[in-house]
Write a protein that binds this ligand. Structure first.
Ligand SMILES: C[S@@+](CC[C@H](N)C(=O)[O-])C[C@H]1O[C@@H](n2cnc3c(N)ncnc32)[C@H](O)[C@@H]1O
Length: 264
């Protein structure tokens, strides 16, 4: 099912956020697979819900199979990457959800709130259509610049930190009781968001891996070439390993990833 509704400004493929997935979204699911430990944390937070709305659903990464899911995704390029047999998807934006009040037991928004054009409106809508928990997987902008990526492309971590909403803003937008939990990132993480490659720097020499992170679409191409040049040289000389080599065997990183759980 694909229906269309939105008063939010859209790009050519329908993208309703600050990134144009018509331009950057094509290889997304090749690099952004659902990480099992994140899915387990999400499923636990969803509790006893039986129906779920997944807002900014993309290719459907964190949709628990045991729930009746309705996906909301404005970008045609992202909807096209949903596997056959996945949940029905509605073409709409978070800021204007085409559902009545309390339509779903629970809601999910993973790696998406930083892209919404109007965070406050999106949070108000997601709360309005949900009876129970609203679960948001996101990054805490206050700690994003601690990543080694900041040494090689500070423009990227800085733009990322400016896009992710402060945890306090998520709390205020959701209202009610809100918990913010740190989600450890395993060394073997298969969801290629910014800090996922904390112990595998070579992975970020692949331009496709960078494209799967929308932050790179906001920096000048020269920033990307400089990153490639410097990181390649430091890996060849051993400079990266002298400074960060301990990360190659660190089983998990308590980095910027947070699970926000809002209860009515
Ligand atoms: C990084 S992807 C994450 C996709 C998926 N939730 C996941 O965890 O893999 C961000 C998604 O948010 C969607 N998005 C951006 N702005 C949105 C908005 N205003 N309303 C709903 N979805 C939006 C994008 O189209 C994109 O599919």
């Amino acid at each position: 099912m694909t229906s269309e509704r939105s008063s939010v400004k859209r790009c050519s493929d329908g993208s309703a956020g600050d990134a144009d997935y018509g331009a950057i979204g094509a290889g997304y699911s090749g690099y952004r697979q659902p990480e099992p430990s994140f899915l387990a944390a999400i499923s636990q937070a969803l509790g006893t819900a039986r129906t779920l709305v997944n807002v900014g659903a993309g290719a459907g990464s964190y949709e628990p199979r045991h729930l009746r899911v309705t996906a909301v995704e404005p970008s045609a390029a992202m909807r096209a990457q949903r596997p056959a047999g996945s949940a029905p998807v509605v073409n709409a934006a978070a800021e204007d959800l085409p559902f009545g009040d309390d339509s779903f037991d629970a809601a999910l928004a993973s790696f998406t709130v930083h892209q919404w054009r109007d965070l406050r409106a999106g949070l108000h809508e997601i709360r309005r259509v949900t009876q129970g928990p609203v679960v948001i997987l996101t990054c805490d902008p206050a700690v994003l610049e601690r990543s080694w990526i900041h040494d090689y492309a500070p423009e990227v971590t800085t733009v990322e930190a400016s896009r992710y909403p402060a945890i306090a803003d998520l709390r205020a937008g959701l209202g009610g009781r809100v918990e913010a939990r740190t989600v450890p990132i395993p060394l073997s993480c298969v969801d290629g968001f910014s800090e996922e490659n904390y112990g595998r720097p070579e992975a970020l020499l692949d331009p496709g891996a960078r494209r799967a992170n929308s932050a790179w679409s906001f920096v000048h191409p020269e920033t990307e070439s400089r990153f490639q040049r410097l990181l390649h040289a430091d890996l060849a000389s051993g400079a990266w390993d002298r400074r960060y080599g301990h990360l190659r065997t660190q089983p998990a990183l308590d980095g910027s990833l947070r699970l926000i759980v809002g209860l009515p």
